[in-house]
Design a protein around this ligand. Structure first.
Ligand code: ADP
Length: 366
């Protein structure tokens, strides 16, 4: 038997991908099942009618069908999928390859076309690509839906936010000239600063949703970034009993949008603090080093690391393993911001702890 593996980059975490194989030859169904069945869940059908019935009753990630299937052709199945609005990549196999058939497969937007006898490796490669396309399609649909909801979200949140803003101004007016405790003053300052930050993030996100504007280019020291990170994440770390340490090798300066870059590290650190919450030894460390065109940040925590099969999904929008409060957007937002800065972000699988590496453009030395 030829051994070939379907890339698991497209595999769901919770379940295997499901593939429907339609062929009227028992022998062919058995050998296809042996070939791909280790990596995907295979459901078989021996006629177009049975294939349609199965497709009506369940969700599939891809269909492999023979052209000649006893009571019809693979095209009948493809037409049925189209009529039913089911978008699944289909691979058509045929013993009667012809130029005309190949043209018809292109016209019907069939994902793949193989003539018998085909190379099993080729089928696995096609199926792997089909599964990736299906996952990407789902992800894009979810994102489009999310974009729509984001618009609604900005609209809905604007009213209470404006109200809070006005009430703070009113409170300030009431307190004006009165002796207030330093701690109250400090808390008010903090609330005002965070409110201003929310408004700025919302304004910029709204603008980006509309146009996708470029990042503002400012030069600022890494230590300023570290202070802002401490302000944003220090309290959460202390409450969780996590030691937060940040160090830079020398005086390093970044170039980019300070607020947006802060968001990258806040997202990384919030994840890291969450991840070590149950660890016996709880620490999160950020180390920055430079020297060349880039400043390299190693964001490391005392967690156990991330399982190999999850590593390639980390930056996918909406991927989360958190039971509560996870949106699956933190890392994808971080990745987008880093890309906008022409930098790089990745998970370092060779580190013994959990480690993300972020490379960002360094300011030019005068
Ligand atoms: P969310 O935090 O909402 O789940 P993210 O995109 O920020 O979304 O993170 C996606 C997933 O990546 C998390 O649910 C978690 O499984 C994993 N992850 C990210 N950072 C870490 C980390 N430091 N340690 C362990 N897992 C992590």
């Amino acid at each position: 038997m030829l051994v070939c593996r379907i890339s698991n980059s497209s595999r769901r975490i919770d379940s295997k991908k499901r593939v429907l194989v339609v062929d009227d030859s028992e022998t062919m169904l058995r050998s296809l099942k042996t070939l791909i069945g280790e990596d995907v869940e295979v459901v078989t059908a021996s006629s177009v009618t049975e294939g349609r019935r199965i497709l009506e009753g369940g969700c599939f990630d891809s269909v492999i069908t023979d052209y000649d299937v006893g009571d019809g052709t693979g095209f009948d199945l493809i037409d049925f999928l189209k009529e039913s609005g089911i978008e699944i990549p289909v691979i058509l196999i045929t013993a009667y390859g012809s130029k005309e058939l190949a043209v018809r497969t292109v016209q019907r937007h069939i994902f793949g076309y193989l003539e018998k006898p085909f190379d099993p490796e080729e089928l696995c490669r096609l199926l792997s690509q089909a599964l990736v396309q299906k996952t990407r399609g789902e992800s894009e649909r979810k994102l489009a839906d999310f974009g729509l909801r984001s618009g609604e979200f900005f609209h809905e949140i604007a009213t209470p936010l404006t109200l809070v803003d006005l009430k703070i101004v009113e409170l300030r007016t009431l307190l004006d000239g009165k002796a207030i405790e330093p701690r109250v003053e400090q808390l008010l300052d903090l609330v005002e600063a965070q409110l201003a930050r929310i408004k700025k993030i919302m304004r910029e996100s709204r603008e980006r949703l509309k146009a996708g504007g470029p990042a503002i280019e400012n030069v600022f020291p890494v230590n300023v970034l570290f202070r802002a990170i401490e302000e944003q994440c220090g309290l959460k770390a202390r409450r969780a009993g996590v030691a937060l340490k940040m160090e830079a090798e020398g005086r390093l300066e970044l170039v980019g949008d300070r607020e947006r870059l802060l968001q990258v590290f806040v997202n990384l650190l919030n994840n890291a603090i969450d991840a070590v919450a149950e660890a016996p030894d709880r620490w999160v460390r950020v180390r920055a080093s430079g020297g060349g065109e880039f400043i390299v940040f190693h964001v490391c925590d005392s967690g156990e690391g991330i399982p190999t099969e999850l590593q390639q999904l980390l930056f996918n929008p909406l991927f989360t393993t958190k039971k509560e409060g996870g949106t699956g957007l933190g890392l994808s937002i971080a990745s987008r911001i880093v890309k906008e800065h022409r930098g790089e972000i990745y998970y370092n699988s060779s580190s013994s702890n959990t480690e993300f590496v972020v490379k960002l453009p360094a300011a030019r030395k005068p």
